[in-house]
Design a protein around this ligand. Structure first.
Ligand code: SAM
Length: 257
């Protein structure tokens, strides 16, 4: 098993001595029961990943000494995820899986059918940090404060295409809007976006987007409607499916990326 990994928001260089924060000290000292002299890894997006030695362990503090650089930092692809917060467990899952799947930024957006009343940013940040430590990336994704969908779209940088996961057709009488007006498959949309430096993915709430939101989104030039296939997915499944395809066809799952 490889040495445990900790995200450290301090400069890392040979010989630096770092006092771990309370939660990390508890994890290393009480949960993992590491003793002075044992190794672990620390990392951040600026300085990369380093091997450190547990230097000092007392009841009140725990410090490590930085030894050698293991890997220089590598950027995650410039993919943002905009998602409507759902129930707590599903929202936690969205954050964890988006981090594992290499999203750089997460933005909760409040849509007309969003039912989640509160978004605990501290809790979501803790989940993202833990996932980053576990998943061998160099940064934890940034989690922005929730905003209304219209506000998130206002002042959007048009260089960043927004893949809008739209499960519906346009026929108001047919189940799921029928077949007319369905969005093209995600793979087709991504083929046309090859060479773009930045993307974002938008996934709706349990109840989907309203007709008004759908009309607003489809009218924007930077919005690219996409379909994730003929089945209606739960929001968390849609996040995982869409991000996997984005990384495979556009991001860093490609050979040589
Ligand atoms: N509108 C449905 C409803 O009323 O229950 C389902 C919404 S679905 C649970 C949540 C979100 O996942 C949707 O808003 C959409 O962004 C995405 N989604 C789910 N299945 C999809 C599909 N087949 N194609 C595109 N997006 C999908």
């Amino acid at each position: 098993m490889s040495d445990p990994r900790l995200l450290i928001d301090q400069p890392l260089s040979v010989g630096a001595r770092i006092t771990l924060d309370e939660a990390q000290a508890r994890h290393v000292g009480t949960v993992l029961r590491l003793e002075p002299g044992e190794n672990l890894r620390v990392f951040n997006a600026r300085d990369g990943e380093w091997r450190v030695r547990l230097a000092d362990k007392s009841k009140r503090a725990l410090s490590v000494e930085v030894e050698t650089l293991l890997r220089p930092a590598r950027e995650t692809p410039d993919v943002d995820l905009l998602f409507a917060p759902v129930k707590r467990h599903a929202t936690d899952l969205i954050v964890e899986k988006a981090c594992e799947l290499g999203v750089r930024r997460l933005r909760p957006v409040l849509t007309q059918r969003t039912i989640a009343e509160t978004v605990r940013l501290d809790r979501l940040n803790a989940i993202a940090r833990e996932a980053a430590e576990q998943t061998e990336r160099f940064d934890a994704p940034e989690i922005l404060a929730p905003v209304l969908l219209a506000k998130a779209l206002d002042g959007w940088d048009p260089a960043r295409a927004l893949l809008y996961a739209d499960e519906r057709g346009s026929d108001a009488q047919a189940p799921w809007g029928g077949e007319s007006g369905r969005a093209p498959p995600i793979a087709e949309a991504l083929a046309a976006l090859r060479g773009r430096a930045a993307l974002a993915v938008l996934i709706g709430p349990e109840g989907g987007f309203t007709a008004e939101e759908r009309g607003m989104l489809r009218a924007l030039a930077f919005v690219v409607p996409i379909s994730l296939g003929p089945r209606i997915l739960r929001a968390e499944t849609a996040v995982i499916g869409a991000l996997s395809v984005v990384q495979a066809l556009w991001g860093d799952w490609r050979a040589g990326a």
